[in-house]
Design a protein around this ligand. Structure first.
Ligand SMILES: NC(=O)C1=CN([C@@H]2O[C@H](COP(=O)(O)OP(=O)(O)OC[C@H]3O[C@@H](n4cnc5c(N)ncnc54)[C@H](OP(=O)(O)O)[C@@H]3O)[C@@H](O)[C@H]2O)C=CC1
Ligand SMILES: O=C(CO)COP(=O)(O)O
Length: 343
């Protein structure tokens, strides 16, 4: 089946939602984007900018914004949810009611990276609970090493469209692909979503090491051992081990642990320099997913009896007020281990 999507609804006009919407407009689709703030809707429609999130970016004049969710969803054949994880359940619920009311049958895609704090659920699980079980198998997660700031400048980006429904994944691949944005498909949505969520935790640690003045050896060690524990928990939760050496595994881990665009890395960097968690959150003005996902991952690891020393250390710093230097010392002086036995 050839999927020709014409009308797309993008829910969430933060940095990622607006850049993904812009790609689709540039690829020739009709795209409406929902924002909850009228002043942002006016800015998007009249000035074609989104300065709060993307300071120097000019978006397409063909991108239409509205804060009327029904208006945005009307006749949509593809719905892309790009709100922070904490808003995903509420927005999915609203979208689900309107999909039913408008008798729509869109492909549902999300581009968010986290675990729900209270339930520890993945994004596609939240969406299928709130929209309809009918969609459970067909939800697509769009994920991989990609910063809105670079994609907006048409820097080269490779990403994954993951779904247990290969046709749905292929339709998303087709609609997003262009000369600077290359999309692979992947059937392991569990691994893709977990890799995306957990790398944010390790990026907090990478930023903190930088803030404290540590060098490249420390960064490489953190990323390598971080990947080992991400994979350990991910495999226990049903992921394919190979997914963690793919774009949404090691790929996203590399970019988030090394890029100054990463909000998680920048948050960690400020913590490493001595800032308080509340101040970092208040000053960022954008979502720092790792700060909540670290609690969900810590609790999941405890309940599954999976060893995740780095996640545990970052949890202690963020939620128990532990000094970062103490957390590092504890990690470094743990009992010696075999590398083969702890992959
Ligand atoms: N930025 C990036 O480069 C990438 C981001 N992602 C993921 O995409 C997701 C969205 O991130 P991103 O766009 O960067 O986030 P931003 O912080 O840039 O923007 C968040 C957006 O969500 C809206 N929002 C926040 N809370 C709510 C709520 N309760 N209800 C409805 N809308 C809400 C904000 O609206 P308002 O302005 O009114 O507060 C804003 O439009 C995250 O999970 C992130 O990890 C994935 C890949 C790349
Ligand atoms: O997921 C991302 C890059 O792939 C964005 O990371 P940050 O949320 O840390 O900016």
């Amino acid at each position: 089946m050839v999927f020709l999507c014409k009308k797309v609804a993008v829910i969430g006009a933060g940095s990622w939602g607006s850049v993904l919407a812009n790609i689709l407009v540039m690829n020739g689709e009709k795209v409406k984007i929902w924002s909850r703030r009228q002043e942002q809707v006016d800015e998007l429609n009249l000035e074609h900018t989104n300065k709060a999130y993307l300071s120097d970016v000019k978006l397409s004049e063909k991108l239409v914004a509205s804060n009327n969710l029904e208006e945005v969803l009307k006749e949509s054949e593809l719905v892309l949810l790009a709100v922070p994880t904490k808003a995903m359940r509420e927005m999915s619920h609203k979208v689900g009611l309107l999909i039913e009311k408008l008798d729509l049958h869109p492909v549902i895609v999300h581009a968010s990276k986290g675990l729900e704090l209270e339930t520890h659920k993945r994004i596609s699980e939240i969406i299928s609970e709130e929209i309809s079980q009918e969609y459970a198998a067909g939800i697509v997660a769009l994920s991989g090493p990609s910063h809105a700031e670079e994609v907006a400048c048409h820097d080269l980006t490779l990403i994954t469209a993951a779904s247990s429904d290969l046709q749905a994944a292929k339709s998303v691949q087709k609609i997003f692909m262009n000369s600077y944005f290359r999309v692979y498909t992947n059937s392991d949505i569990i691994g893709v979503e977990l890799g995306a969520a957990f790398k944010n935790i390790i990026a907090l640690g990478a930023g903190a090491l930088n803030g404290l003045g540590y060098g490249d050896d420390a960064k490489a060690a953190l990323m390598t051992r971080g990947l080992a524990e991400i994979a350990r928990l991910g495999i226990a939760l049903g992921a394919d081990p190979l997914t963690f050496i793919g774009l949404s595994g090691v790929g996203d881990l590399i970019v988030t642990c090394t890029s100054v665009h990463s909000r998680n890395w920048r948050a960690g960097n400020q913590l490493g320099k001595g800032a308080k968690v509340e101040d970092v959150v208040n000053n960022m003005g954008m979502v720092i997913e790792g700060l909540t996902t670290v609690k969900a991952a810590y609790e999941l690891a405890k309940s599954r009896k999976i060893e995740m020393p780095i996640t545990e250390a970052i949890y202690q710093v963020v939620y128990q007020g532990e000094e970062i230097k103490t957390a590092i010392e504890d990690l470094m002086t743990r009992e010696g281990k075999s590398e083969e036995e702890t992959f």
